[in-house]
Design a protein. Structure first.
Length: 257
């Protein structure tokens, strides 16, 4: 069985709706997809070969990311490695995963910041340990961006805004409650209200695909599952979108309180 076939099966699993790979492999794949995969192997052998698909999946995802049209959103989501009660006994991600805090509370695992366009296309992605601040990976993810980048209050920083401005990116975020609100263009005001688009994409990856679960048995398996889920999203025909038209946005007022 070729590595490209293993990669295809891993991506199909992310769009199948099955909760575990064993059920997907034993029921739809083995009985019905033998013509598509004439050299199909057993479930255990396919899992063992999944590690060989790591680099091909990364290369495939790199060819599927979109280009920045000038409007993009960024958000970071936590991925739990195990339940909080089992942190001390958990050994799969020992020394790699860390305990961090987010808006949903404390968790032990990783964070995955995503950058998408206003049309829902994936532009950049990265995964970090759970204790890394949301601001840290933003400059790296914004290297290929231009125009406006919308984020949340967790990424608010004057130094980060200045650094991105030098890269040609305007970082638009909501201010904290104690800060005095400045004059904002109406376009920025509207974009901040629609920034939840990236949270919709993350929610789809967690519930439609199997982006987050605690059944991983190695770090390589976790990365393969993450790359397969993101690759499956780039192949999705209908993506969440803001349906913005730049001709209509040019007629908006200049600033608003």
């Amino acid at each position: 069985m070729r590595v490209s076939e293993v990669r295809t099966i891993l991506i199909l699993f992310q769009t199948s709706g099955f909760r575990n790979f064993q059920t997907f492999s034993l029921h739809p794949v083995c009985p019905h997809l033998t013509r598509a995969f004439p050299h199909l192997v057993s479930y255990s052998r396919c899992v063992a070969w999944a590690a060989d698909a790591l680099l091909p999946l990364a290369a495939f995802l790199a060819t599927r990311v979109g280009r920045c049209p000038g409007l993009s959103c960024i958000d970071s989501t936590p991925l739990k490695g195990c339940h909080t009660w089992r942190i001390k006994s958990h050994q799969v991600f020992q020394g790699v995963a860390q305990r961090g805090v987010s808006r949903t509370g404390w968790c032990y695992g990783f964070k995955v910041p995503l950058v998408i366009t206003d049309q829902g296309a994936l532009v950049a992605a990265r995964f970090t340990p759970g204790h890394v601040e949301d601001r840290q990976p933003v400059p790296t993810l914004a290297r290929r961006l231009w125009g406006k980048l919308c984020g949340d209050r967790g990424s608010l920083s004057h130094a980060l805004f200045t650094r991105l401005w030098e890269q040609g990116v305007q970082f638009v975020t909501k201010l904290k409650k104690k800060l005095k609100p400045p004059l904002l263009p109406l376009l920025d005001k509207l974009l901040l209200r629609q920034r939840r688009l990236v949270e919709t994409v993350t929610d789809q990856r967690k519930h439609i695909c199997q982006l987050e679960h605690t059944r991983h048995r190695s770090l390589t398996n976790f990365v393969v599952n993450l790359l397969a889920a993101l690759s499956a999203y780039t192949s999705q025909e209908k993506k969440p979108s803001l349906h913005l038209h730049m001709d209509e946005l040019q007629d908006l007022p200049a600033v608003v309180f």
